[in-house]
Ligand binder design. Structure first.
Ligand SMILES: C[S@@+](CC[C@H](N)C(=O)[O-])C[C@H]1O[C@@H](n2cnc3c(N)ncnc32)[C@H](O)[C@@H]1O
Length: 315
């Protein structure tokens, strides 16, 4: 097992994915490669896995750690999972038996002060998974007006104090830009300190940091696109497993699976189906699974995890 990032709900992921020797698997969020390592072990001797990550550092780290053991059974690409529909077939994974998404960020990214993901880690406010594209968080804070910042904190952070925080950012940047995680955390703590009892466990800037990260990486749109591509790539009987860490992500996953279980998209007032869509997924477990208290004690990052799994039907 690698150090630095413990894979979440790993036994549950393995039992839902049920990767068999010789199968083709995709890990759409490679991270530290913890799940990938277990999947490659389970698909020994000839299963192959395509690992994607938007973050080039994750690809390089896992390449160094796992390549010597698994050789060309492990295929790695630096890519956003939004691009799965083209990246997977190009890499020889056009029809697969299992596909895993473990959303959000890894402990490596959180601990890296140069990335600005962590409230307590500090560092320049970048927050991009792929630092070669897009706009860093500091630039959003410098350019969006108060109404846009309010909408962002509300939509992606469900932050009740969004207008107050947005106004404070716009006022503060007239004197100096908000360039680091420490500066943003201190500003939020000053203008929206929240309930002192909650504050001991959860920093008042948590929702603002989440909102910025989601916006910077267009995470919710990427998830919609990635899930849609995943169902197309799965063979009948293939499994989709998704781990999400907050309600905005989980809602998308839940609704997506529900729509694919239903198939038909005709309005209920129509007496017969005219869309002709068939169900393409069925549930393989209870609607969702969460970690045990023992796992949370050993790995606090697992605290908010929720696993959903579905199987591709022949439709
Ligand atoms: C929670 S970590 C995955 C941890 C991994 N399962 C393990 O066991 O080590 C999530 C990873 O997904 C990557 N990621 C997040 N969104 C992505 C996207 N849209 N496309 C590609 N990679 C993404 C992040 O860069 C991060 O490395």
């Amino acid at each position: 097992m690698q150090e630095g990032h413990l894979p979440v709900l790993v036994e549950e992921v393995m039992s839902m994915l049920a990767p068999a020797p010789g199968s083709l698997q995709i890990d759409a969020t490679l991270g530290g490669g913890g799940h990938t390592e277990r999947i490659l072990e389970a698909t020994d001797p000839d299963g192959r896995l395509l690992g994607l990550d938007a973050d080039g550092a994750a690809i390089a780290r896992v390449d160094g750690r796992l390549r010597p053991r698994f050789g060309d059974r492990l295929v790695l690409r630096q890519a956003n999972f939004r691009e799965l529909r083209t990246v997977a077939p190009d890499a020889g994974f056009g029809a697969v038996d299992g596909l895993l998404f473990d959303l959000g960020l890894s402990s490596f990214q959180l601990a890296d002060a140069a990335r600005g993901f962590g409230i307590r880690t500090g560092g320049p406010l970048d927050m991009r998974f792929d630092t070669s594209r897009g706009v860093p968080a500091a630039e959003l804070l410098a350019t969006l007006d108060a109404a846009e910042l309010t909408a962002l904190f509300r939509r992606f952070g469900e932050e009740p104090q969004a207008p107050r925080i947005a106004r404070a950012i716009v006022a503060a940047r007239k004197t100096a830009s908000i360039a680091t995680a420490e500066e943003l955390a201190a500003l939020v703590e000053r203008v929206a300190p929240g309930n002192p009892r909650v504050r001991r466990r959860i920093h008042p800037a948590t929702r603002v940091f989440q909102a910025l990260r989601i916006a910077v990486n267009e995470e919710l749109d990427a998830l919609q696109d990635g899930l849609a591509a995943a169902v197309d790539l799965l063979r009948p009987g293939g499994r989709l497993v998704v781990l999400s860490y907050h309600s905005l992500e989980d809602r998308i996953v839940k609704r997506f699976i529900a729509a694919e279980r239903r198939g038909c998209t005709c309005p209920p007032e129509l007496p017969v189906c005219v869309c002709g869509r068939n169900p393409r997924l069925r549930l393989v477990t209870r609607p969702s699974l969460t970690p045990t208290a023992t796992e949370i004690a050993a790995n606090p990052r697992a605290r908010s995890a929720r696993l959903r799994a579905a199987e591709r039907l022949a439709a």
